[in-house]
Write a new protein. Structure first.
Length: 405
């Protein structure tokens, strides 16, 4: 029976199982490490507010959709999301409602963790298939196992951050266009899934969701337009441009807000602390991009000090991401890639996210599979020297990180 299970399915089953085991550990070790939040049991952190608010909503709501209770429970924790419901284009409240409705129906706060585990298991599938189409079966196994078993990716998905849903939608969208580019027939269900994922992203990740849609569509249509500038293709591009402009207009307020919050604000070196070395705020800071790229892959990383949360556990274990950082970096210097357009567009999207969210590890979590795919492509298709280079540089990077931290 087990011989009939494909390598991809085996990785998916194991990815799901290892996350269930870790979730049980989170529950059983609640007396030693905070169980309600990745960093701590306090409303200061998003995942705690999502879940605690949902638990309070399930107790107090008089019906499945109770807007007044929704507003009150989150306001009690200093979260004003309930006041954005009047204008759907000013807030990203979808994950709040998913949490509230799910916990209300199941009467179990841990069901939200299970949903995240399911999202990440499917993300493993999408990453596996994207890598297989682009770099081949061997690379797909490496990328799939990395997303399935790397400690940080396992532990984080056992908490209630919305970024597991973001990862699910992001790589479903990318896989759809990768399959279209490789002339794989798509079903109507897959098209509906694409539309649903795009709409979900608009109400979960606001500004960057527009960039994701633009880059994913751009990847497919730029490849399609090579030497085929037909009237039909031009009409499709014009319609796509109009849709993008409409989205930018509708979400202009939240995009401006996010820009000021993450990039355009007043961030002095005193406020940023050690993060100033990798934070890019002006054009002349672009020299920091290679450092920011490596830092984004390794973040959060904590070597030394007491372990007081699951974030600290993940931070200790994130030293295992050194080979990912090294291999993904080396892939930039590999001249012949199976799909240069896909590589540079995906990396361009990743760099935009790094610049805007370099110190916000939870937002970078959802895009970590992008450098993992790059690493897998480089490692699987390199000779002995290339693999040894990754190994040596990874040890040097790990030594440097431990020495600095």
């Amino acid at each position: 029976m087990f011989k009939q299970i494909t390598e991809e399915k085996r990785i998916l089953y194991e990815a799901f199982l290892v996350r269930i085991i870790v979730l049980l550990c989170v529950v059983l070790l609640a007396d030693f490490l905070p169980a309600y939040g990745f960093i701590g049991n306090t409303p200061l952190y998003d995942d705690y507010r999502y879940e605690e608010g949902a638990a309070l909503y399930a107790q107090k709501a008089e019906s499945l959709i109770d807007i007044d209770t929704f507003r009150e429970v989150y306001e009690s924790m200093g979260d004003w999301v309930g006041y954005h419901l009047a204008n759907p284009f000013t807030g990203v409240y979808l994950w709040y409602w998913i949490a509230c409705i799910l916990v209300y129906v199941t009467k179990c706060r841990w069901s939200l963790r299970l949903l995240n585990i399911i999202f990440m298991t499917f993300t493993v599938k999408y990453v596996y298939e994207i890598t297989e189409y682009t770099y081949g079966k061997k690379a797909a196994k490496i990328a799939g196992r990395a997303v399935a078993f790397l400690p940080y990716l396992v532990i984080f998905s056992c908490f209630s951050y919305k970024d597991c849903l973001v990862a699910f939608c992001t790589f479903y969208i990318w896989l759809y266009f990768v399959k279209r580019k490789h002339h794989v027939l798509y079903t109507r269900r897959e098209l509906y899934g694409l539309i649903l994922c795009m709409c979900t992203m608009l109400f979960v990740r606001s500004g960057l969701s527009i960039i994701l849609i633009v880059t994913a569509c751009g990847y497919y249509y730029l490849d399609r337009l090579k030497g085929k500038c037909t009237p039909r293709n031009m009409v499709i591009m014009l319609l796509a441009a109009c849709m993008i402009f409409l989205l930018l207009y509708k979400f202009r307020n939240i995009i401006i807000y996010k820009y000021m919050a993450y990039i355009g604000g007043d961030f002095s070196e005193e406020k940023l602390g050690g993060g100033a070395l990798v934070t890019i705020r002006k054009v002349h800071d672009i020299w920091k991009l290679p450092l920011a790229f490596v830092f984004a892959i390794l973040n959060p990383i904590h070597v030394g000090g007491a372990i007081q949360s699951w974030s600290d556990v993940a931070g200790w274990l994130n030293i295992t991401l050194c080979p990912i950082a090294v291999g993904a970096s080396l892939n930039f210097f590999k001249r012949r890639k199976p799909d240069n357009l896909q590589f540079w567009i995906m990396m361009g999207y990743y760099f935009i996210s790094v610049i805007s969210s370099i110190l916000i590890f939870r937002q970078l979590f959802s895009l970590l599979p992008i450098p993992i795919i790059s690493f897998a492509g480089y490692y699987a298709n390199s000779g002995f020297f290339g693999k040894e280079l990754v190994l040596v540089l990874s040890f040097l990077l790990a030594f440097f990180v431990i020495a600095v931290l």
